[in-house]
Design a protein around this ligand. Structure first.
Ligand SMILES: Cc1ncc(COP(=O)(O)O)c(C=O)c1O
Length: 431
């Protein structure tokens, strides 16, 4: 019996081969690997076809339509193919790719809000997202309320008639809080049912930590799922990128925003993500997650560690919600590759101890690298309070649960014994 490519193959296989053997975006049927495309501009056979290209771009609703290519900043074959494949992985109608994760976040929020409108955001977020919302949006008259999205009733009390977006990361960076998307959806639907379509509140989820391997926010209640491609999806740490996935009605607005603000993903960065990143997402994440589980259990049982935050641990405050929404394509619990831990002792002592551990690993460990970023094949360690989250004032950090001495780990694909061995040695150095 002939197989139906769209229905009969698993997502992990389609991420290697593409959703179709020959994409409508580009005919590369004789190539086993899609050719790397590199052309700033495209020749058109007539002025009429050029005009048709612009009209088509401005009405970019149908993602399956073969584009008339005009100019790299509008549409481009490698990027189009990547977008098609990410939409498939996230279970969305369309995806639009940007130059970085931050460009994707600013475009989504830029498209969904106008001056005078309001955004509610979870209080722990990646530092630059916090800075975008705290420092830049208010300059354009867009108001932002940071609140605790773990308490959905409290969030609903913060909703104003101008509120257009509820923004969150789940798991959140860096302390891996898990927000119940189903409950949030129900609460937002109640409000939206009394609003005009243009005034409705959109739930926007940054899925960077989980990746679509662990979680597909659109299926859980989000309107838009976005991610930094620089991280788990790219996986190898060679290229930056960002993506927004959602309903096809938003595609034109995101395309137009990207065209005019210019944050378009370069084809030279789309290609490795298409050829190396996405096809290996499944296999990388399985290994990274297996190691994260071992490391989380090791740290939780270590006498010098005060607490470990990993969604896979029963002790995680939102473990039950994580089990509900972090599910891989086999239906198995997929708590991801990120974890956060705090050492014992008063804050000043714990902070000093974490510096000793981090500095030791930076100098002596082959398998644990002191560096920001995450989701790579290499295990990375960092100190969020002074590094990734330095943009958040220190008193706010503590209020939101970011410990001065907290340590974030992003597990790679090295041998787990080597990682555990180096962590064990480092922990012996502190009291
Ligand atoms: C959760 C999260 N979202 C977004 C970003 C921004 O991504 P990029 O560095 O690709 O702009 C980061 C970066 O670390 C992140 O951790």
């Amino acid at each position: 019996m002939k197989k139906n490519i769209k229905k009969d193959y698993r997502v992990s296989s389609k991420l290697i081969h593409g959703p179709e053997l020959m994409t409508k975006q580009w005919d590369f049927s004789h190539h086993v690997v899609p050719p790397q495309s590199s052309s700033v501009t495209y020749a058109v056979s007539s002025a009429q076809r050029g005009a048709a290209g612009f009209i088509q771009f401005a009405n970019a609703q149908d993602v399956n339509e073969r584009p008339i290519l005009i100019y790299d900043r509008l549409e481009e074959p490698n990027r189009n193919m990547l977008e098609e494949r990410i939409a498939l992985a996230e279970g969305g109608e369309m995806a639009v790719a940007f130059t970085t994760g931050m460009a994707a976040i600013s475009a989504v929020l830029g498209v969904l809000t106008r001056t005078g409108e309001h955004i509610i955001a979870h209080h722990t977020l990646y530092g630059c997202t916090y800075s975008l919302l705290a420092n830049w949006f208010p300059r354009d008259g867009k108001n932002v309320t940071f609140t605790n999205l773990l308490d959905i009733q409290k969030v609903m009390r913060e909703v104003k008639k101008e509120t257009r977006v509820i923004y969150l990361e789940t798991p959140s960076n860096p302390i891996l809080e898990i927000i119940d998307l189903g409950e949030l959806r129900k609460a937002v639907d109640k409000i939206n049912s009394k609003r005009k379509p243009e005034e409705k509140i959109n739930i926007v989820v940054d899925n960077t930590f989980a990746t679509p391997f662990c979680q597909r926010p659109l299926s859980l209640g989000a309107d838009i799922s976005l991610a930094s491609l620089t991280k788990g999806i790219g996986g190898f740490g060679t290229d930056m990128g960002g993506v927004a996935v959602g309903p096809k009605e938003l595609r034109t607005a995101l395309f137009m925003y990207r065209k005019d603000f210019g944050g378009v993903l370069a084809p030279k960065s789309a290609w490795p993500t298409l050829v190396y990143g996405l096809p290996t997402l499944d296999i990388r994440m399985r290994k990274q997650q297996e190691t994260a589980t071992k490391v989380a259990e090791f740290l939780e049982n270590h006498p010098k560690v005060a607490r470990v935050l990993y969604p896979g641990l029963k002790s995680h405050p939102q473990h039950a919600i994580a089990k509900k929404q972090m599910i891989d394509c086999d239906g198995k619990f997929a708590p991801g590759s990120m974890l956060y831990f705090v050492l014992k002792g008063k804050p000043a002592v714990a902070s000093k101890s974490s510096s000793i551990i981090i500095d030791y690993l930076a100098k002596k460990s082959l398998v644990i690298t002191l560096a920001v970023s995450l989701g790579m094949i290499k295990t990375l360690i960092e100190h969020p309070s002074s590094m990734t989250h330095a943009a958040i004032p220190i008193n706010e950090q503590e209020k939101f649960g970011i410990d001065p001495g907290g340590i974030r780990l992003s597990m790679g694909i090295e041998d787990a014994c080597d990682i555990l061995g180096d962590l064990d040695t480092a922990l012996k150095l502190v009291k």
